[in-house]
Ligand binder design. Structure first.
Ligand SMILES: Nc1ncnc2c1ncn2[C@@H]1O[C@H](COP(=O)(O)OP(=O)(O)OP(=O)(O)O)[C@@H](O)[C@H]1O
Length: 257
């Protein structure tokens, strides 16, 4: 079967800096793959290349065999890729409900003129979106907070809201950028269950960037390790854990053994 996502020989330069060097990844539908590596290794840049924030200097990124390189971020969202960010990005002054509603608008099929005129079809569409957003909030146990201003939510709930927002676009591929950042061990355990659950319930394929090894080793089937933009190792969690090159990348030369 053709992989859902095919990343072939992707390279990206920022001026003279090679942030991603010949990166390759084939992702089967339903897989959960981790990307790890020290700070500045190029992990977030890989997400920015997949989502069209940057255009790869070289190489190809295909979703369901269709090329993504050159498309705009919103076109890539419409193809079925959603993401969350290392530093949570919400409309912090909007309500919880409005944060999810705005994400649902990508799926709207009415015209601006119709919206301005308040045509019945547009009113029905608005109601459908509000219902859809409330349903998502209920699934994420955030429905009782629908009217709250997002910035007032505790950190863990803002993370959940960000993921709910991402899922409102109905993605097949979800990119999670350090979802466990700032969480305590107990919250990380809950996040592990949560990611496994959304993966199954929403039939998602997931790429996870993470520094928290408990999370990566606990839920990823496969891991790729990058350092200075290049892939230095890949394999099963237990293979990665004891790989000398990986240990050296994290601990520095002499830090191993
Ligand atoms: N917009 C940019 N302009 C110039 N250099 C950039 C830009 N974005 C990232 N870089 C550089 O590219 C390299 C890779 O950065 P990237 O953010 O992808 O690393 P990362 O692995 O996600 O790091 P971290 O774990 O700290 O988030 C770094 O050297 C970084 O300074």
């Amino acid at each position: 079967m053709t992989p859902l996502l095919q990343i072939d020989h992707v390279t990206h330069y920022f001026g003279g800096l090679c942030a991603v060097n010949d990166f390759n990844l084939d992702l089967e539908t339903g897989e959960l793959v981790g990307i790890i590596g020290p700070n500045g290794a190029g992990k977030t840049t890989i997400f920015n290349l997949i989502t069209g924030v940057y255009k790869a200097t070289k190489g190809s990124i295909r979703l369901k065999e269709k090329e993504l390189v050159g498309l705009k971020p919103n076109e890539i969202t419409n193809r079925g890729i959603a993401r969350t960010f290392q530093n949570i990005r919400l409309f912090k002054d909007l309500t919880v409900l409005d944060n999810v509603r705005t994400a649902c608008y990508g799926q709207v099929h009415t015209t601006l003129g119709g919206a301005l005129l308040g045509l019945p079809a547009n009113i029905r569409e608005e109601e459908r979106i509000a219902d859809q957003a409330m349903d998502l909030l209920a699934i994420f146990k955030l429905d009782n907070l629908a009217g709250e201003i997002s910035k007032n939510l505790p950190y863990g709930q803002q993370r959940r809201l960000e993921i709910a927002r991402a899922l409102a676009t109905n993605p097949s591929l979800l990119l999670l950028d350090e979802p466990a950042a700032g969480m305590n061990p107990n919250e990380i355990e809950q996040l592990m269950d949560f990611i496994q659950w959304i993966r199954k319930d929403f039939k998602l394929t997931i790429i996870l960037i993470e520094h928290q090894m408990r999370l990566v080793m606990g839920i990823c089937e496969r891991i790729k390790v990058v350092d200075f933009g290049a892939t230095i190792a890949e394999g099963l969690p237990k293979e990665i854990q004891n790989n000398p090159r990986v240990l050296e990348a994290y601990l520095g030369p002499g830090g191993v053994g």
